[in-house]
Design a protein around this ligand. Structure first.
Ligand SMILES: [Zn+2]
Length: 144
């Protein structure tokens, strides 16, 4: 079976891409926990955090940190979770290393099993919400 994140990185499968460069991409989670739930994904395939080269880890976490800043500072989210899951018991579903950035809004109704399916209206709202702030990501990555 193929890897869905590799397929997305090769443009063989569609995704809502928020940011992309030669070695990393940030997309919308199709089953978001909250509005704006992002996945930061290195294009190179590595199964989990334990398999991923340090340089790639740094770029992924710095990118995730920039999006956390956008949510907390630019968009006034009262909270944000930045997390990676490694292995099935930890909740990893797609075995290609990625970092979740999950903004927390007041009354976002967070429940561990409370994910919903992303629709086009919500996706476009998030894309619009983030589009003016991508310079934060570029500025972070410039400092690597
Ligand atoms: Zn992959």
């Amino acid at each position: 079976m193929g890897c869905v994140f590799c397929e997305i990185s090769k443009k063989e499968k569609p995704a809502y891409i928020i940011y992309e460069d030669d070695d990393i991409m940030t997309i919308l989670d199709i089953n978001p926990i909250s509005k704006g739930h992002l996945l930061v994904i290195p294009k190179e395939h590595h199964e989990g955090i334990q398999d991923t080269p340090v340089k790639t880890l740094i770029k992924a976490w710095v990118t995730a940190s920039a999006f956390a800043k956008i949510y907390r500072v630019n968009l006034n989210a009262p909270g944000v979770n930045v997390v990676t899951n490694s292995g099935s018991p930890a909740g990893q579903v797609i075995f290609h290393f990625h970092v979740h950035v999950i903004p927390r809004w007041d009354q976002d109704g967070f429940k561990k099993s409370g994910r919903h399916q992303l629709n086009e209206k919500e996706a476009n709202e998030v894309i619009n919400m983030l589009s003016n702030h991508i310079d934060v990501v570029k500025d972070y990555l410039k400092q690597l």
